[in-house]
Design a protein around this ligand. Structure first.
Ligand code: ADP
Ligand code: MG
Length: 336
């Protein structure tokens, strides 16, 4: 049973960036407005995430890391109205199977916080009082300690540096979609990146990518029954040499606030950009783009992959077409 557990866990949790993503989403689901992420040795020695969210109720702490335990959905019906990032109840248990995990938490009802140490199966093995304020801190030590081949693969190659870059890109996406969130990333006690609380998405883009990246952006807004598209796209006819990069990662696409990697959407975005800026195609430059597509959650299936970055849409008209029309009409009206 332990082997089966280890095998399934290391599919959900296959790198530092997965751990950070799962823990960050748990913090956001708990309503946190301030999240501090600290890594040591690229996260392979220590990943610590501290939030000021709701905390975990004492009644839930015994089962929080039990495989498939989730406090977020009660029935199959709830799946159709998902408003949380998590719902599978898989992450915490899976992380326990591949690392040493401790969770410190305090709700508004608790007089004092508690630090729980979990074992490989996600069971609480010890607990002690903690002076920590309201919220939750999850500490993950020695990631992949029981998967030496995988650990060596990252630690002994430059792969661990790539992981850090991926963590930064991931945090940028959440920083952009959550303007009200305060976020910091620390590596080996050095603050690598931080973003303060801001008031809207444009400010969030500026705080995350710098003023140059947003100077040339125009807001996009398109609404039709069951779909709303909001975001920013480069202004036609501008020199966007400052704003574009050779890195496609500066295109931030969200569906219902969830960062996604959706090929058909990226393709539409790329085509529109190239139509506006033929020169950038030759230079292989990519624009800064942010688009948040809001659809009824019952029409999206985010369950295709454990990390939920691939989605399936039930819409008869694919959003790539709607997006293409909305970008076109938005620009025509703004240029006119
Ligand atoms: P899921 O997010 O799919 O529910 P997880 O394994 O990620 O599953 O988390 C299990 C449960 O632990 C959550 O449903 C939630 O009740 C609790 N939990 C985990 N992290 C936090 C946190 N940072 N703040 C509050 N509750 C948390
Ligand atoms: Mg979760």
């Amino acid at each position: 049973a332990d082997t089966v557990r280890l095998l399934s866990s290391c599919q959900v949790i296959n790198s530092v960036v997965n751990v950070v993503k799962e823990l960050l989403e748990n913090s956001l689901d708990a309503g946190a407005l301030s999240i501090d992420i600290k890594l040591e040795n690229y996260g392979f020695d220590r990943i610590e995430i501290r939030d000021n969210g709701s905390g975990i109720k004492a009644a839930d702490t015994a089962v929080m890391a039990v495989q498939h335990y989730t406090s977020k959905i009660c029935s199959h019906d709830d799946l159709e109205h998902l408003v949380t990032y998590g719902f599978r109840g898989e992450a915490l248990g899976s992380i326990c199977a591949v690392a040493e995990v401790a969770v410190t938490t305090k709700t508004s009802e608790d007089d004092v916080g508690t630090r729980y140490t979990l074992d490989l199966t996600g069971s609480v093995v010890s607990q002690k009082p903690s002076h920590l304020g309201q919220g939750t801190t999850v500490c993950v030590l020695k990631l992949f300690k029981n998967l030496p081949v995988r650990r060596q693969y990252y630690v002994n190659t430059k792969k661990c540096k790539e992981e850090l870059k991926k963590v930064q890109d991931l945090l940028m996406a959440y920083a952009i979609i959550k303007p009200e969130l305060r976020l910091t990333l620390t590596h080996n006690k050095v603050v690598l990146w931080q973003k303060a609380k801001v008031s809207d998405h444009r400010m969030a883009l500026m705080a995350t990518l710098g003023p140059n990246a947003v100077a040339h952006l125009l807001p996009v807004h398109h609404q039709q029954p069951e779909i709303v598209i909001d975001g920013f796209f480069p202004r036609p006819g501008m020199d966007c040499s400052l704003a574009s990069s050779s890195n496609p990662d500066k295109t931030f696409i969200f569906v219902n606030d969830r960062p996604v990697h959706q090929k058909d959407i990226l393709k539409v975005v790329r085509q529109h950009f190239l139509a506006q800026y033929p020169a950038d195609s030759a230079l292989n430059r990519y624009p800064t783009v942010m688009l948040n597509i809001t659809v009824p959650s019952s029409t999206v299936d985010v369950n295709l992959t454990p990390d939920k970055t691939q989605i399936l849409l039930q819409n008869k008209v694919p959003f790539s077409i709607i997006l293409s029309i909305s970008l076109q009409t938005d620009f025509d009206s703004q240029v006119a």
